[in-house]
Design a protein around this ligand. Structure first.
Ligand code: ASP
Length: 439
């Protein structure tokens, strides 16, 4: 059985961090496939190597001198090599990179070098083979990731090695041009490798001990989550919860491989397990709470709306014509509300309003701004009575006015709309009732 271990930028920001990673890998012989990110921040005011590369390439593209910026990047790697006491020279690599920057190889190529170089160092440090992601991760001509072709290439290539380092974040088109995933994309690479080798677990090592029940910026030291399903995580991710790149779930999900989020700085912690399904009950009825501010509610009224076939479609068409996606659409007998992102909607609001009038002929339209949506997610809700009741009594006690309620048909989540100003109070009240008092 083999494990894929992916390490984020903060886990590889310095030689010190590399040493911790080395210990983690050597502690378990199953950890044979390693996916590194580029070196991240060493302190809060530091710059990630990926950002340094983008900035450096901007200069190259303008035809400006980028010697100083390139040297700063080189220094970051040299510091790691020296700190690890490795006999490794990146001279040749940097010569090629400089040449390609001058020839304007593209910002994707530029950014990908962060992971590429870190992968070379990591392979040397561990004594593992280095497999360039450009050889094994494919993108189609339209820029979409080619999952099937990648899976075949990756599987075949990795079957020829005992252990390997595969840099995260990038792959290539069929013609060899490098392309990256979106930011944070090394998580996706790890998941792709796990699928290809049919790993028994995909360990994603970062700088927190897993998923937390709520945002630590709102709740002081929130409880951790031991086990969460892919679907629960998706619901929470959609509301701004970020532990993992959104697209990292799909490759492992198709093989039922669990993801274990772990902390490089606290390897003794079990972290969080992200699984397809589980009979393990979460400690609390809810698994997590997440939310976002900055929504608008467009309330549309029309008498006898309920009997008018196609009314909803016509209303939504007005949003579609203006390229605005909607988040939720709760409706009543004569009313329908469309929740949208305020910043996306603001500049187009009058176009949408006139569009709704033209297409659906409502009696009136009223817009309410500065709303927040909160998702309370938990697989336990399905089998527990009174969850919604507890949420709403907690909110009433905290003097929070609930503007919208939406329970998904899967009974996995309840979405609540409140005023932006009540956002933090609402999250605290829900957290208190389920986690602190556990009544
Ligand atoms: N280094 C890339 C970034 O900063 C990719 C990653 O770390 O996953 O976004």
């Amino acid at each position: 059985m083999n494990k894929v271990v992916k390490f984020g930028g903060s886990s590889l920001a310095s030689a010190e961090q590399f040493k911790k990673v080395g210990e983690i890998i050597r502690a378990d012989r199953e950890r044979k496939f390693v996916v590194p990110s580029a070196p991240g921040k060493r302190s809060s005011d530091d710059t990630k190597v990926t950002d340094m590369l983008y900035a450096c390439y901007d200069l190259a593209e303008q035809g400006a001198d980028f010697t100083k910026e390139m040297q700063a990047i080189r220094d970051r790697y040299q510091e790691i090599i020296d700190g690890l006491g490795l006999k490794l020279s990146l001279d040749k690599e940097f010569k090629t990179i400089e040449k390609n920057f001058k020839e304007k190889a593209g910002s994707d190529y530029a950014a990908s070098r962060g992971e590429y170089l870190n992968g070379i160092i990591m392979a040397k440090y561990l004594g593992f083979s280095f497999v360039d992601a450009a050889e094994v991760i494919r993108f189609k001509a339209d820029g979409e990731h080619d999952a099937e072709r990648t899976n075949t290439l990756m599987r075949d290539r990795l079957s020829t090695v005992e252990s390997a380092v595969i840099p995260g974040f990038y792959g290539a088109y069929e013609d060899g041009r490098v392309k990256t995933f979106s930011r944070g994309g090394s998580d996706i690479t790890g998941s792709i490798v796990a699928r290809a080798i049919k790993a028994n677990v995909y360990e994603n090592w970062t700088d927190v001990s897993g998923v937390l029940v709520a945002d630590p910026r709102i709740i002081y030291k929130p409880a951790g989550v031991e086990t969460i399903t892919y679907r629960e995580l998706r619901e929470l991710a959609y509301m701004g919860f970020s532990v993992l790149h959104e697209d990292a779930i799909f490759p492992v999900r198709s093989e039922g491989i669990p993801i274990n989020i772990r902390n490089t700085n606290a390897p003794q912690d079990n972290g969080t397990w992200i699984v397809e399904s589980t009979c393990q009950k979460s400690k609390y009825v809810i698994t997590g709470i997440a939310g976002k501010k900055g929504f608008c509610a467009v309330n549309i009224e029309k008498e006898m709306m309920n009997s008018e076939i196609g009314f909803g479609r016509k209303v939504l068409q007005a949003f579609e014509e203006n390229e605005i996606s909607f988040e939720h659409v709760p409706s009543g007998i004569d009313t329908m509300t469309v929740f949208v992102h305020q910043d996306e909607f603001m500049h187009k609001e009058q176009k949408v309003v006139s569009g709704i009038h033209r297409l659906a002929d409502p009696d009136s339209i009223d817009i309410e701004a500065d709303l927040a949506l909160i998702a309370v997610v938990g697989r336990g809700m399905k089998s527990t009575r009174g969850t919604a009741g507890r949420i709403f009594s907690a909110l009433a006690h905290a003097n929070v006015n609930v503007k919208m309620i939406d329970q998904g048909s899967s009974e996995l989540n309840i979405i609540i709309g409140v005023a932006n100003a009540d956002f933090e109070t609402a999250i605290k009240a829900i957290y208190d009732i389920f986690v602190i008092s556990q009544i």
